[in-house]
Design a protein around this ligand. Sequence first.
Ligand code: NCD
Length: 568
Amino acid sequence: MFGVMNDSNSFRGRSLTAAGDWSVEEQRYLYEKTRLLKQAWLMNDTETLDTFRIQAPKELSVWLMFLEPSTRTKESFRNAANFHNVQLNVFDAATSSISKKSESLLDTVKMLYGYSQRSIFIVRTKMEGVCLALAERLADYADRLGRERPSFLNAGDGRHEHPTQEFLDEFTFLEQLQWRTDEIHIALIGDLLHGRTVHSKADGLRVFQKVIVDMVAPPELAMPQNYVSRMEENGFEIRTYPSIQTYLAAGKVSSIWYFTRLQLERMGDEIRDREVELRKAVTFHDPQWMKLLPDGTKFYHPLPRHRERPVIPNFLDQTPLNGWDKQSGNGYFTRIIELALVAGQIGQDFSGEGGRQIGKPKHLRTLSIEDIAKSKEIKMKEYITEIPVKHTTRIEDQWKVGIKPVDDGLVIDHIAKGKTLEQIWDRIDKVRRILEFSVRGSHGVFHSNLPKVTNGETNGAKKQKVFKGIMSLPDINSITQTQLKKLAAASPGCTVNLIANQSVRKKYRLQMPPRIYNFSEISCKNPECVTARQAYQNVPPHFYRTEGETFTCLYCGRRHEYTEIWDL
Ligand code: NCD
């Protein structure tokens, strides 16, 4: 019979789409189990090893779906699956319908899921965010069939993340630090722009209480801002250096050096043309530099190394700095445990804080349509506030200045207040297109009578001109919830006034929503994102609000200024 979700084990059926999916406590649990497994393996303690092995392995299929080249990740997962004696399926990407007949990944995976009672998919593609999209959709599909949900383990998605590499890296650092988690000081060196293994560090390094990260990369290969912000939000201390030479000269050198290769296959021509110079900045080419390293320093690298121009040159292979060989060996152990966890073989004794559960919780599926509508309304109230109006509230005089007076209709006020004139005009245009009202009405940019900002530099108080946009749409006497939501997302801070007989009848103040999704006019601006139209995976864009006025793509993690996500 088909398996039933075992609710007492929070790991069973889970996915790992990004390092942050698993809580810090879950990650520590994984490292502890890996430590025990590795110890048993080194001592050939078969009895202990058997406690980690998946029961009823023939019911479980592990799919290796590598649509981008891989050696270590693929082979360590293959061997980990062999350890468990599960059904191992190596998906032949090159001759598949995905590459030959333009099938979507979702359709392919849905079919493969039908071949066994339980499945774990290990997926590598250049499409960013693909594992999350698959995990959400297959959870829904499995629930509808009343079957156990499959797990998806992200084995590297474009320039986004590589969480299983992250977990083996952290395990290796913990070994070096003898399992102390109070502090880590690490240097990240190389192609921090394209290297997904360093991006996953923004969440993976949270297993340490205090984190100091030295980023060593020329500006062209610097860590993308969204990961820097993420690290800052996680409380990491960050320092940046353009080259190894400047890093060593500055002192305070770390004893954990994590190198990444230059990902030439992901670079544009302009960066590739400067390869020699960029590579020089992040290559440990001078043997004299070894004297400047703290005692016990180890070098790591997710590998592979470039055989002609490695950033860790071969003269270092036989030195005590070599930590990368042991590191790659650890991939086998962490991946055995990852499979054992999501298969539900281990994890029953875990009692810490749980991480992200992908897919709608099952109890929500039994809610009535009215309940769902009600819960959505409650959420909406957080950013769309109806302001009570007295029956006699007169329309504001300024709405009659410069623009056509409206006796009956809709007035949108405070559009892009405080922004530059150009931004306000641009926003007015956007609002008009979003609302899609057929009437023309009128609009304009006006002085806002509000804040009189004082300027500390000059003597005494000085009035600063603040502008805003106003739009009036005569004879429009209603606005839909969807229009209000769109307006809140496209022009937060504005007010919407419904006017009848020269009095304001309804007034709403709109604030920036916590999420933006479900609109056809938005898109993630990362062309490699799984939601990109040209990816044809039919995954609708979805953004959640991050610090300031930024919205982060739920799938690929790219941060956008909120004005950027609209395609108008
Ligand atoms: C890395 C990857 O594919 O992201 N390699 C790996 O998984 N061991 C790093 C790389 O390709 O440089």
